[in-house]
Design a protein around this ligand. Structure first.
Ligand SMILES: NC(=O)c1ccc[n+]([C@@H]2O[C@H](COP(=O)([O-])OP(=O)(O)OC[C@H]3O[C@@H](n4cnc5c(N)ncnc54)[C@H](OP(=O)(O)O)[C@@H]3O)[C@@H](O)[C@H]2O)c1
Length: 213
């Protein structure tokens, strides 16, 4: 698969590492082109022979999956701007729409998750919520507490969820289909609890959320 990641921050480093570990091609797009160039160079040095490159915005049409690794609401705004290109495409929303000015609530209204706002902004895109509960650091190895990280996958398009789950599994992670896109409400709220508990529980952003039998 060709995976395009919009953004070149912390999450693209982890997601990019996992994507390349799964044997996929990776394209990186960032509004600061030099950041995408630098990350592409770093990832290619870590995975010799991997197909990874930075991409112009105009090149984002050539992909199987696009991951919006941008803060919310920037991800929503980019989805709206790219709505034509994203038509019929699998779009992964990884965002946690936390109000970072207070770190006490989400910026979305209760019952209106970021994922549904992004789906509304690009109505022909096949939006899937995934990776919002995996912190960037643990994603680099893909493991936590000695086991593959769990990646919760929610969406209304079963084939799109299957495509994302294939990416997740090939990357050495465990995909858990948790139902329709509206489950993003719970995923975003639960991850907010996870984030807000980091300091209190002394977790240092290295923890993960898993479902154990
Ligand atoms: N970090 C985590 O552990 C983690 C875990 C799960 C989910 N997430 C979610 O993943 C997403 C990305 O997180 P991150 O940690 O990778 O963020 P980050 O390191 O802060 O990087 C953010 C990226 O978004 C770009 N950006 C910011 N505002 C933009 C705008 N208005 N238009 C276009 N691009 C913009 C930045 O570009 P510039 O550098 O040019 O400003 C940068 O490339 C967020 O939605 C976050 O909630 C993060």
């Amino acid at each position: 698969m060709i995976v395009t990641i919009a953004g070149a921050g912390n999450m693209p480093r982890g997601l990019g590492t996992r994507t390349l570990a799964g044997g996929h091609s990776l394209r990186l797009d960032d509004r600061t082109r030099a950041k995408a160039d630098d990350l592409a160079t770093a990832l290619s040095q870590e995975a010799s022979g991997a197909d990874v490159a930075s991409a112009d915005e105009g090149a984002v049409a050539d992909f199987d999956i696009v991951v919006l690794a941008l803060p919310y609401p920037a991800g929503r705004d980019v989805a709206a701007a790219w709505a034509g290109v994203l038509s019929g495409k699998v779009v992964v929303d990884i965002s946690n729409p936390v109000d970072f000015s207070t770190f006490d609530s989400l910026v979305v209204e209760p019952g209106t998750p970021a994922a549904e706002q992004i789906a509304a902004a690009a109505p022909e895109a096949r939006v899937v919520k995934a990776f919002n509960t995996t912190f960037a650091g643990p994603l680099v190895t893909g493991r936590g507490a000695g086991r593959p990280l769990d990646v919760f996958v929610a969406g209304d398009d079963d084939a799109a969820k299957e495509t994302v789950s294939t990416l997740v599994t090939s990357a050495g992670l465990r995909a858990l289909d948790v139902g329709p896109l509206r489950r993003a409400r719970e995923l975003e709220s639960f991850q907010f609890l996870h984030m807000a508990s980091q300091e209190r529980l002394g977790l240092n952003w290295s923890s993960s959320i898993a479902i154990l039998p």
